[in-house]
Design a protein around this ligand. Structure first.
Ligand code: FO1
Length: 315
């Protein structure tokens, strides 16, 4: 059996650990199509937050509290950069993390596509699932905000880290999405999947930029594999991160029903056949979508594997 997961970073990583555990139990293979909209070039380095969160978490090298970056991290390079006044100083660049960015940037500069770079980095981390960037092309999430009395676009990372989303926010723009092609293997894995799972990642800035890559939404919605999403909202609150601020910008209710409706039923132009919600939201009804309830707190790998089993049983 082949399972494909559309995923973002922190929530996606935890979810993928459960998918991996579930897949091991049933002898399935897992491909993760991961968001690259968070990527940023800083201090001359290409940084891929969502790919790295997934790679480190599944590879056993992630810091468990932060959810991003490495365990046992130090921040000497960051403080030395600040001593030079090298901006931005708001980005948490860890010393161990810098090695990943140096290897990735060196390979990209040598002409390797991001998908090949990711494969090379995974030689070390052995995540146990195939990690594919949604695209090898440039796709960057920018956020249109009001700041210092003017309206302008800032990079998603600046919105997320420097401003914590606490700015009048008008739009999320996936710069480059129209021209971006799915990375090698993305369409094949979706078309060859027995099930496509949508991770409980941020629907607006993690899942949407994956679906925005030319051809990906069509492959998911038009494919033969049933598509099951897992709600990132429990009892009206995001499990983690700032999905509430992102949904508010799109005027989508911060509810399991609101996000399910945003993805939409495959029957009427959306992508979902199934939608898994927490029992706290058990009354959710989505026309044309099979809604199921299971505990969605990813407290550990086995709890998450149980979630995955519930999602798979929906279709
Ligand atoms: N998130 C923060 O809240 N503060 C940081 O300083 C920070 C640094 C950072 C460095 C590398 C990396 O891969 C991720 C990092 N993140 C940081 C997380 C990142 O901004 C977000 O996880 C994603 O981009 C949104 O999902």
């Amino acid at each position: 059996m082949r399972i494909v997961v559309l995923a973002g970073g922190i929530g996606g990583a935890r979810f993928l650990a459960g998918v991996r555990a579930y897949a091991a139990g049933v002898g399935a293979e897992v491909t993760a199509v991961v968001n690259v909209g968070d990527d940023i070039r800083l201090h001359g380095l290409r940084i891929c937050p969502d790919l790295d969160s997934v790679m480190y978490h599944l590879g056993g090298g992630a810091d468990p509290e932060r959810g991003w970056g490495r365990a046992d991290e130090t921040w000497t390079v960051k403080s030395e950069l600040a001593a030079y006044g090298a901006e931005p100083t708001w980005f948490g660049l860890g010393d161990r993390d810098v090695a990943t960015h140096l290897v990735r940037t060196t390979m990209l500069d040598a002409g390797y596509p991001l998908s090949a770079v990711t494969e090379a980095l995974c030689e070390r981390w052995r995540p146990g699932v195939r990690l594919l960037p949604a695209t090898d092309d440039r796709l960057e999430t920018h956020v249109v905000v009001d700041v210092d009395g003017e309206r302008r676009a800032v990079h998603f990372q600046e919105w997320w880290i420097r401003y914590r989303g606490d700015l009048p926010t008008h739009r999320f723009v996936f710069v480059g999405a129209d021209a971006a092609k799915p990375a090698p293997g993305v369409l094949d894995s979706i078309e060859g999947a027995d099930v496509v799972l949508v991770a409980p990642s941020n629907p607006v800035v993690s899942i949407a930029p994956v679906l925005a890559v030319a051809g990906v939404r069509e492959a998911v919605a038009g494919g033969s594999a049933p598509v099951v999403g897992v709600s990132p909202i429990i009892g009206g609150r995001p499990v983690r991160g700032m999905a509430d601020k992102c949904l508010a910008t799109l005027e989508v209710p911060c509810t399991a029903a609101g996000v399910g409706g945003m993805y939409g039923s495959r029957g009427d132009g959306g992508i979902l056949d199934g939608w898994l919600v927490d029992p706290a939201d058990g009354d959710v009804a989505l026309p044309g979508v099979r809604v199921g309830a299971a505990p969605l707190w990813m407290t550990d790998e086995m709890a998450t594997a149980a979630m995955v089993r519930a999602a798979m049983e929906l279709v």
